[in-house]
Design a protein around this ligand. Structure first.
Ligand code: LLP
Length: 415
């Protein structure tokens, strides 16, 4: 993680900027990102893919801030989107539509039209019904839609059940056994141009083996398609590489991708990847201030100004995020639950952490760059946090803090 260790009276630094200064300037809670860290993460993928024809399509759902998308667009990334809204963000951030892949099980006609108008690179199709809808819409617009089927390889990614997506029981992708017939059908459709095949088996994967296994199954299918006279331009192996939240042991991009690259060695198809978390997760933190220390009968609570509406992962998945004080304190450490002000017992950000803190101190909640702000809500009419990008010695807002008035600006009293 791109923060310094704590010395003396100093504040933690992210790149060359003190977190205490960021809190002073932008207030709290605030998401803070390191441009260097996201750049390094992107370059790690590029290195792992050196010598291959490959496109890294950043999964926008992980963090869709225009500043973040802009940074990835400038690095040459493509984008994996799951809604018309995400497409509009990519376009607004200067992303290249030709490098956009559109995933998701429920694309509406309006979203399809938007994507066809923008001439995106590929629609990842997840059902026969969706194929029909796309064909009809494309023909009505006088267009041909480039497609890949997202096939469900039925492998167990060994991750949290909420974030595994490649099992038969999941709603994602078309059944492996149906794929060949679907490709044959798609090949006859006037509104459709078959161009690839895709699979994505889950998220926060620590073990590369299931991804390679999925690639093997996909490759077997590609060979059958070739036998049917269907050539593909690309194979999309999805995203899913995990990051370190706590003490996970991670292979890194090169070792994570090696088994897949080996499976696909010598193939003429280009490779597409859809990483989200591993590009931005450890490039961001959530900066928050302790409002009160509360000493209950059984537990001590550090009540902070961030809450489950800002970072839902602990409440939703019981996810672990490391918490570190931003400044050194001479108070003795105690075991705290770090909780927000929301009226739910599930409103915790961390539990049973040894922290030396006082009321008024700042805390950094680490590894919050992915699925942090994008999953934030306004529960309890809490304006969403500001977002700040750090770039060397400078930092700037990439999203202003929401104002309470913004939250009900589109609401109406009774006529
Ligand atoms: N491609 C597809 C089709 C996906 O469904 C996803 C994530 C990705 C790519 C990016 O996966 P990544 O590289 O980020 O693992 N909210 C959860 C994670 C949900 C992931 C959903 N799909 C969390 O906070 O852990």
């Amino acid at each position: 993680f791109p923060i310094s260790t704590l010395h003396g009276d100093d504040s933690l630094l992210i790149e060359s900027v003190a977190l205490s200064e960021i809190a002073e300037r932008f207030g709290t809670p605030t998401y803070v990102y390191s441009r260097q860290a996201l750049t390094d993460a992107y370059h790690a993928y590029e290195q792992a893919l050196a010598g291959r024809r490959a496109t890294i399509c950043y999964a926008v759902k992980a963090n869709s801030n225009l500043g973040i998308l802009d940074a990835f667009a400038r690095l040459g990334a493509g984008f994996d989107i799951v809604s018309g809204g995400e497409l509009k963000r990519v376009l607004a951030a200067g992303g290249d539509p030709a490098k956009v892949v559109f995933s998701g099980v429920g694309k509406t006609v309006d979203e399809i039209r938007l994507a066809l108008d923008a001439c995106i690179g590929c629609f990842n199709i997840e059902s026969p019904e969706e194929l029909d809808r796309l064909d009809t819409t494309a023909r009505a617009m006088g267009k041909t839609a480039p497609i890949a089927f997202r096939v469900n390889p039925d492998v167990d990614p060994k991750t949290h059940p909420y974030i595994s997506t490649g099992l038969k029981a999941n709603k994602f992708g078309v059944a492996y056994s149906d794929a060949r017939a679907l490709y044959r059908r798609a090949a006859t459709m006037d509104g459709i141009a078959v161009c690839g095949i895709a699979s994505h088996i889950g998220s926060q994967l620590l073990d590369p083996a299931p991804v390679a296994e999925a690639a093997e199954r996909v490759l077997a299918l590609v060979k059958q398609l070739n036998a049917d006279g269907i050539e593909l331009d690309h194979i999309d192996i999805g995203g899913g590489m995990g990051i370190r939240y706590d003490d996970e042991i991670l292979p890194g991009a090169t070792r994570f991708l090696a088994p897949v690259l080996e499976v696909l060695a010598g193939r003429p198809e280009a490779l597409h990847l859809e990483p989200g978390r591993s590009l931005i997760g450890n490039a961001g933190l959530l900066l928050t201030r302790v409002e009160f220390l509360k000493h209950g009968e059984e537990k001590h609570f550090a009540i902070v100004d961030a809450a489950m509406n800002d970072l839902a992962r602990p409440a939703l998945y019981d996810a672990y995020h490391a918490v570190v004080p931003v400044q050194r304190s001479d108070t003795p450490a105690q075991t705290y639950d770090v909780v927000g002000p929301i009226c739910e017992s599930g409103d915790f950000l961390a539990r049973d952490r040894q922290l030396a803190v006082r009321a008024g101190d700042l805390l950094a909640i680490l590894s919050a760059g992915a699925y942090g702000m994008t999953m934030a809500s306004n529960y309890n009419t809490r304006p969403r946090a500001a977002e700040v990008m750090v770039d060397g010695e400078v930092c700037y807002a990439i999203r202003e803090r929401e104002r309470v008035e913004d939250l009900y600006a589109n609401e109406h009293r009774l006529p």
